[in-house]
Design a binder for this molecule. Structure first.
Ligand SMILES: Nc1ncnc2c1ncn2[C@@H]1O[C@H](COP(=O)(O)OP(=O)(O)OP(=O)(O)O)[C@@H](O)[C@H]1O
Length: 824
């Protein structure tokens, strides 16, 4: 007798393959739009925006090529000291390079990049020029060996239109300082004062800043345009409107030279290890910058913007930033290693750190003068670019040949003495009274903003006046440089915002913490999640196929089970095996869950969106696909094996299996968030899975437990509840025909197992077992009683729903907690 339900499993299998094929094809076409060109040959019209972008790109390249010419075209026979003949040099660059390179000049940024467009601000967007000032900043961590001070007594200031370099050897504290300034620091004991426009920094200040990290946080399967639209939807205010957002995105992409790459995938390594071709390293960096400047921030922090770029790409990126800062009155603070001379000349001011101490802060050309006043002399012919020399000077722990370095800093004592001298000079010139900052003690680890705000309140109570702070900083910098140079950077002061960089502080307008509402954030995150899951071949498409193929295998093994008592064991085994598969299958996606965590932490540190908006979007985007996969598996196996007929039973089976699968996914996701790394996440998950299997009541019934009290573990086994639910659906109030009797092979086995049983050897007994009669009926409620599966189906579903809800709650709390703890 045919028991398999063809109308159920065959369409399910066909649908699964068509569904997975659809997403795979879409992904293929995204990677290679010409992949199906053998099917049709049609030239796609080039859109107006792409044509415009191509023209701009050409202009950009021409400007950059001109740069290359200027720098490379030395007069014939020119030696290292021969003058370079260029036109249009900038006075600052000339001063610097005369001193540092012993060449006449490096061309000015303005002359190099005058043709490169700086994006106009869309609609009613405007940059709010702000001054930034920090005093006595400190940071320490609790370590096994005691308190580890990584930043101490750091001062500085930045004015609108200024580009400031953060220099220092590895481990000097540059990233720590930048994290504090960008309000991203969430670990460690922090101290000091951060003033914006002379006022204590407020929560909303982060909306006026952009932090461009060294490693970006883009979804590899999204195009540049989709990526920018996501950021636009999150960080541009709702009032700009859809058209305004699109205009701004196009402008910024054009400006950073990505106007012709709207449809290029970002690319990179997908969670799971698949490598996607996409943007080059330099293009990714430009995309990071584009995302950073989208909302016209007042302050842009760049964490090592040139790392990983070739020197030409580095020059292009920094040249663009310089022009943007100057044109829009934005502050750019960039941590940087070994800038080439042309890039070094772009910086207006410098902060030099070493071992967490401030070695210098002030105008770029005051750096050499300050150290010269301390007896550390710079020889341009010998030492190269001044920044390289300064880095060498403050690096300790290495052998420094005297012939090359002359008088230099070689140990901590000398380093701390030089730092103390600079800080004392700075404080004296700024009129800052009181003791210098003591090392931040290892107190409780607090969130950055709370800690800083606390510190700022104390500072305000101390009567620090805004005007005095500004004037003091300027005076200090001038004094520190030992020259008449003012803090106002030459570039900024010559620009339209010169007044802003003088003594008057620009006060910030209050800003809300979030640029957009909950729904806008939810919609943007949902769109991004959908693109991420549907375009990753290992996600939706790969999982659908895996579910379908495993189901086909399982269905073939149990194909067409007879609808009588002889199939009872097979049915029970099949139900259990299917549930085990649902518990194990989420392991294949562990890399996706750990990648999600990394993504969220990075976005949370930039305060891009509300945690609940993100979480709700993630669940909305992923749960339907999870349920679909579970149903594809269930319907295929159910139909092929021929489980209990009836639509209601099929539906109830699907509800339970889907619930178990989403629970298993959620538990593994939670483990990935809680665990410090993927290995630990696997360990946690395996502990959970072991409890699921052992406490399912299948391998060992609770009645058979040696230590009965251990049966409390069943409350943690979602597999147990699901098994109970499925058993009730399959066997509840069912009557199975048993007229076929017990399999004769089984009876023979019993006889061999118990050779002394006289009763079994009676032929009447054997016959009764093999031929129990035509009216034999097996009441499967006895089976349910044996396993103590007595709960009503609805109760089981309610318990599974509650279990799922709790796992979501745990994951959400863990995610928020982890994001608070670690930001990088
Ligand atoms: N969470 C932490 N716990 C303990 N020490 C830390 C922590 N984060 C950073 N540090 C230490 O703080 C010091 C400064 O680190 P930071 O990353 O700011 O330096 P950096 O100048 O940016 O270095 P690099 O140029 O190599 O990136 C380093 O010694 C680093 O080991």
């Amino acid at each position: 007798m045919e028991t398999n339900i063809t109308w159920l499993w065959l369409p399910t299998v066909l649908f699964a393959h068509a569904f997975a094929g659809f997403w795979l094809l879409k992904t293929l076409l995204l990677h290679d739009p010409q992949a199906l060109s053998f099917c049709w040959r049609r030239r796609r019209p080039v859109s107006k925006s792409v044509l415009k972008a191509r023209a701009l790109q050409k202009a950009n390249e021409a400007a950059c090529a001109a740069t290359a010419d200027v720098v490379l075209h030395l007069p014939k026979g020119a030696g290292p000291k021969a003058p370079v003949i260029v036109e249009g040099i900038d006075q600052d660059a000339e001063d610097l390079d005369a001193a540092s390179l012993d060449v006449e000049a490096v061309p000015s940024v303005d002359s190099l990049y005058e043709d490169v467009p700086v994006p106009q601000l869309a609609g009613n967007m405007r940059v709010e020029p702000l001054t930034l000032e920090w005093q006595r900043l400190g940071c320490s961590y609790r370590a096994a060996t005691g308190t580890k001070v990584v930043l101490q007594d750091v001062y500085g200031r930045a004015a609108p239109g200024e580009m400031q370099a953060l220099l220092g050897p590895s481990g000097a504290g540059k990233s720590t300082l930048m994290d504090i300034l960008a309000q991203r620091k969430s670990v460690g004991t922090l101290s000091g004062v951060l003033l914006v426009g002379g006022r204590p920094v407020s929560r909303g200040f982060i909306r006026k800043t952009a932090y461009v990290p060294q490693d970006d946080n883009f979804v590899p399967t999204m195009t540049t345009m989709e990526t920018m639209r996501f950021y636009a939807a999150i960080i541009l205010p709702d009032s700009i409107g859809r058209a305004g957002r699109q205009q701004r995105v196009e402008e910024v992409l054009d400006a950073v030279g990505l106007g012709t790459h709207h449809k290029t995938l970002v690319g990179g390594v997908l969670p799971g290890g698949l490598m996607l071709r996409g943007l080059s390293g330099g293009e990714r960096k430009r995309l990071s910058i584009a995302a950073g400047i989208l909302a016209a921030p007042s302050v842009v922090y760049l964490d090592e913007p040139t790392s990983g770029l070739d020197s030409f790409a580095a020059l292009t990126v920094m040249g663009y930033m310089k022009r943007m800062a100057r044109s829009n009155g934005q502050i750019v603070i960039a941590s940087i290693h070994q800038p080439r001379s042309a890039i070094w000349s772009m910086f207006d001011t410098v902060s030099l750190l070493s071992s967490g101490r401030l070695m210098y802060t002030g105008p770029r050309d005051g750096l050499v003068q300050w150290f010269a006043s301390r007896g550390y002399n710079y020889d341009a012919g010998l030492h190269g670019v001044a920044s390289d020399w300064a880095l060498d000077l403050v690096a300790i722990g290495f052998h420094k040949p005297k012939r090359f370095y002359g008088h230099t800093i070689t140990n901590k004592e000398q380093l701390f003495a030089a730092s103390a001298a600079f800080v004392a000079r700075y404080r004296e010139a700024a009129g800052i009274k009181g003791e210098p900052q003591a090392p931040a003690s290892a107190g409780s680890i607090a969130g950055l903003s709370g800690k800083l705000r606390g510190a700022m309140r104390r500072s305000s109570a101390g009567g620090s006046s805004r005007a005095a702070a500004a004037a003091a900083a300027a005076a200090a910098a001038a004094a520190a440089a030992g020259s008449a140079a003012s803090l106002a950077p030459s570039g900024a002061s010559s620009g339209s915002l010169s007044s802003a960089s003088g003594g008057d502080q620009l006060e910030p307008a209050p800003a809300p913490l979030w640029a957009t509402g909950w729904w806008s954030q939810y919609a943007a995150c949902l769109g991004r999640e959908l693109l991420a899951v549907t375009r990753n071949p290992a996600d939706v498409a790969g999982r659908t196929l895996t579910f379908s193929w495993v189901a086909l295998l399982m269905g073939l093994l149990y194909f067409n089970m007879p609808l009588d008592a002889s199939s009872l064991r097979g049915r029970l085994n099949l139900l259990f095996n299917g549930l085990v598969f649902f518990c194990l299958m989420p392991y294949v996606s562990m890399s996706l869950y750990t990648a999600d965590k990394k993504f969220y932490i990075a976005d949370a540190s930039a305060k891009l969106y509300r945690a609940h908006a993100y979480y709700a979007a993630k669940a909305t985007a992923t749960v339907p696909f999870q349920v679909l996969s579970a149903l594809i598996f269930t319907f295929t196996v159910y139909g092929m094996a021929g489980l209990r007929p009836g639509a209601i039973h099929i539906l109830q089976n699907g509800v339970v299996t889907s619930l178990l699968y989403v629970i298993a996914v959620q538990v593994l996701h939670c483990c990935a968030v809680l665990a410090p790394n993927q290995d630990a996440a696997f360990m946690l998950s395996i502990m959970w899975s072991t409890v699921q299997l052992l406490m399912s009541n299948f391998f060992i019934t609770f009645n058979d437990l040696r230590f009965k009290w251990l049966s409390f573990l069943r409350w943690f086994s979602a597999l147990y509840y699901a098994f109970e639910g499925l058993s009730r659906v399959e066997f509840g109030s069912a009557k199975f025909d048993c007229s076929g009797g017990v399999d004769p092979a089984g009876v023979t086995f019993l006889k061999q197992l118990m050779p002394n049983s006289k009763f079994l050897n009676l032929s009447a007994v054997t016959n009764a077992l093999i031929n129990p009669g035509p009216d034999c009926v097996a009441d499967t409620d006895a089976l349910l009683n044996y396993y103590q599966f007595l709960r009503p189906f609805k109760t089981t579903v309610a318990i599974l729903l509650g279990y799922w809800g709790i796992t979501h709650l745990l994951t959400y709390c863990a995610m928020v907690m982890v994001a608070r703890r670690e930001r990088r």
